[in-house]
Each structure stands twice: as structure tokens, then as C-alpha cells.
Design a protein around this ligand. Structure first.
Ligand code: PLP
Length: 426
């Protein structure tokens, strides 16, 4: 979609646009249900003949306003909020896959998504092949099968910080007749807009930078409206053939570019739930209003911290694409010239045990599972988020056993560095 105002203005003003006498601030529609005058009016909503709200499990005005803001930030045609990032990733795939299907996914991704694809979705009959995102197009294409329905990757992977070559992935997906679905949680649309590089669907854990204050778990799926589902109608028959649960409507025929999101809303949300609460959507919207300011500060601070760590002789290695000698520096400069995110990973000389002791000595930075909010935080993935993975899977997911994930916040950077220094010296 063509942008009509700058992204900073959209952060503040997109979504809820009050009319005369309406509240300036997005209202919370704290209501499960919505009133109609006649049975016929309500019936039309159930048949998708008319647009409107009837039950918050499917749609709620507060959620829709926030989804519309995120759709505008990403440059998509429509979006849907979910109760978590996990739900967003699950729905994004399940909306076009069923038992007997297969997906190809980049291996270095968030541990929860790795488990979702590799364990839980397998139990539902959806198979996955994990690939090395740095492999050649030919090599990655070998993973595709006739029943492959999507290619998945993270724009900046958690916690390995691999920067995705989005154009390469889009070419691979499209030459194999499937959409590219990317998780843009770490970069956010402030730093990277994957649709501009050929991605078809974007997912977010809004729990992270978008909310930005560690207040509300949430997720979002955004549709670019660009993938031609009808071109591969047999493959994506859920979108291109009649849905008997809605008296035979065909999503691509009735909803055009919004077919994918409409199906996710009226079919998956109806049947599986996982809505974001309007309260959480309200908090998310407050976070989004300052996303552009916070991302800038996160990136500035992370760059300085990465440079500090890189010059400290107690540090064994630092991974941050803002460092010129980083493997992903060039890709980061191409896709995210204003910075990638505030997350850095590094290891200390002495290995795993020293890394853990260092973390215990931090005072300003807290040990929390969470990442990507205003407060500096730290985590040892091998002991925490990625604990369920075997050593082999850890390496496949790009996680060294000694890897410390530092989520640099928006405090004064000198204070953050002083805290790291005292913990290194302790
Ligand atoms: N995607 C990424 C990149 C993540 O980092 C996370 C969580 O850390 C998720 C998805 C899952 O999101 P949530 O915790 O909101 O379910």
C-alpha cells in the first residue's frame, strides 16, 4: 500500500480517528457483544453479507483500530491482532496449511516458534524442514516439495540476530509458488518494512518493542494483499474454494486482497479463539505511539554498548550487525539502514559459567525472560528460553551455549555501560 503520511505520524495518529465530539484517545470497547435491532440485521453478519461487530472473539472495534495502525505502519492492506506472538505465528501458517502439508522455515528463529513448528504442528500433520538462511537459493529450494505451502523466517532472528536477506527469500518463495511469511518482531516496521522487499505476510509478537513496556502479551498478523492465491488455487483451496461453514463463500472472490486476513478472522478466530483482549490492545496502542522514538534510542544505545563490549578484553565475541565486521552488517545496511534493534548477543572468555556469573552481578539490567522493552534486560537462552532444545538444536538455532542475550533499553547508555563494566569486574 502506498504510504500517505510519514511512519512517525502514523505511529501517533493511525487507526482511531475521532469524529466531532468523540474521545481523543482510543476508547476501550470493553464489551463481549454488540446490539442489533432486528434478527435479520444480525443474521447478515453471521453470513458475512454485511460488515459489523457481533462478538469480540471475532472482532472488536478497539482491536481493529490498533490492527489498522499496524497495517499502515507495515504498508499492508489489513491486519488482525492475536492474544500472543505464538498465536500469530500459528494462525499465519494454519490459515493456509492443513494435515498433509509442509512448510520450509529458517532454522535460526525464536525457540518457541521452533518448537511450534517442529513439535506441535507436526502432531497436527504439518511437516517442517528447517534450512540455513545463509545457504544459496538453489540449496534452500531443494527443501521444497509439492505440498509445501509457505516459507517462514525472522527479519532479525531471536536470539541469534541473523539478518534475513528478504529479497532472496521472496524470490525463493515465489519461484516455488508459496508466500513468504516473516516475523518482523525485532526490527519493527520502524526499521524494516518487509513488504517493500517482497514478503507477503508479516507477523509480530507485539509483546516486544511494539508494546515496549512489558505490559501486555499480544501478536499481530499483517497481510500485504500481494500474494495471488488464485494463481495457485489448488494449493490454497481453503481460500479459493467454498467454505461450507459460511454457506459456501469463497474468500478470494468475496474479499479480494483481504481474503487471507478475513479467513483468519472469521474462520480461525471463530473456531480457535486466541483474541487479544481490548484492554491489551489499548495498552499496545499507547506503546505504538512512541515506537519510532524508542526504536531510535534502542538502536543508538545498542550500538554504543556493542562497541564497548567489542573493545573489552574479557569479552570473547560480540554479535551485533551494527558492528562493521559483523557477518550481517551489509544486509543490515541494505534492509535496515537506521539500525536493526536493541538486542545484542555476546559471550565471555571462560565460557558458560563465567557468562552466568556475570549476569548474576548485573544491577541495572535485570534477568528476565522478556526482551525488547524499555528496560535493559539480560538472558541466557541455553538455560532459559531455549532450554528444551538439545545441543544440536541449539547450534541449529544459532544459539551458542555461552550466548548472553542483552536487550538494551532506553535508559542513559552511560549507566548501562557502567553496570556491564562493574559486573565484568566483579
Ligand atoms: N516471535 C519472536 C521473534 C519472538 O521473540 C517471540 C517471543 O519472544 C515470539 C514470536 C512469541 O511471541 P509471544 O511471546 O508474544 O507469544
Amino acid at each position: 500500500m502506498k504510504r500517505t503520511r510519514s511512519i512517525e505520524t502514523a505511529c501517533v495518529q493511525a487507526g482511531w480517528t475521532p469524529k466531532k465530539g468523540e474521545p481523543r484517545v482510543l476508547p476501550i470497547y470493553q464489551s463481549t457483544t454488540f446490539k442489533y435491532d432486528t434478527s435479520d440485521q444480525m443474521g447478515k453478519l453471521f453470513d458475512l453479507e454485511e460488515e459489523g461487530y457481533f462478538y469480540t472473539r471475532l472482532q472488536n472495534p478497539t482491536n481493529d483500530m490498533v490492527a489498522a495502525k499496524i497495517a499502515e505502519l507495515e504498508g499492508g492492506v489489513a491486519a488482525m491482532l492475536t492474544s500472543s506472538g505464538q498465536a500469530a505465528n500459528y494462525y499465519a501458517i494454519f490459515n493456509i496449511c492443513e494435515a498433509g502439508d509442509h512448510i520450509v522455515s529458517s532454522a535460526p528463529i525464536y525457540g518457541g516458534t521452533f518448537n511450534l513448528f517442529g513439535v506441535t504442528m507436526k502432531k497436527q500433520g504439518i511437516d517442517v524442514t528447517f534450512i540455513d538462511p545463509d545457504a544459496s537459493e538453489e540449496e534452500i529450494s531443494k527443501a521444497f516439495r509439492p505440498n509445501t505451502k509457505a516459507l517462514f523466517a525472522e527479519t532479525v532472528s531471536n536470539p541469534s540476530l541473523v539478518v534475513l536477506d528478504i529479497e532472496k527469500f521472496a524470490r525463493i518463495a515465489h519461484s516455488n509458488g508459496v508466500p513468504l511469511i516473516v516475523d518482523n518482531t525485532f526490527a519493527t516496521p520502524i526499521n524494516c518494512r518487509p513488504f517493500e522487499w517482497g514478503a507477503d505476510i508479516v507477523v509480530h509478537s507485539t509483546t516486544k518493542y511494539m508494546d515496549g513496556h512489558a505490559m501486555a502479551v499480544g501478536g499481530c498478523i499483517v497481510d500485504s494483499g500481494n500474494f495471488d492465491w488464485d494463481k495457485y488455487g489448488d494449493k490454497f483451496h481453503g481460500l479459493t474454494t467454498p467454505d461450507e461453514s459460511y454457506h459456501g463463500i469463497i474468500y478470494t472472490k468475496k474479499f479480494g486482497k483481504a481474503a487471507y486476513i478475513t479467513k483468519a478472522t472469521v474462520q480461525l478466530m471463530r473456531d480457535l479463539g486466541s483474541i487479544q483482549s481490548p484492554q491489551n490492545a489499548f495498552l499496545l496502542n499507547v506503546g505504538l505511539e512512541t515506537l519510532h522514538l524508542r526504536m531510535q534510542r534502542h538502536c543508538e544505545n545498542a550500538q554504543k554498548v556493542a562497541e564497548y563490549l567489542n573493545s573489552n578484553d574479557k569479552v570473547a565475541w560480540v554479535n551485533y550487525s551494527g558492528l562493521p565486521d559483523n557477518k550481517y552488517h551489509e544486509l543490515a545496511m541494505k534492509y535496515m539502514p537506521n539500525g536493526t534493534c536493541g538486542v545484542i548477543s555476546f559471550g565471555l572468555k571462560g565460557g558458560r559459567d563465567v557468562s552466568i556469573r556475570f549476569m548474576d552481578n548485573l544491577k541495572l539490567a535485570a534477568i528476565v525472560t522478556h526482551v525488547a522493552d524499555a528496560r535493559t534486560s539480560v538472558l541466557h537462552p541455553a538455560s532459559h528460553t531455549h532450554r528444551q532444545l538439545s545441543d544440536e538444536q541449539l547450534i541449529e538455532a544459532g544459539v551458542q551455549p555461552d550466548l548472553i542475550r542483552l536487550s538494551v533499553g532506553i535508559e542513559n547508555v552511560d549507566d548501562i555501560i557502567a553496570d556491564i563494566e562493574q559486573a565484568l569486574n566483579a
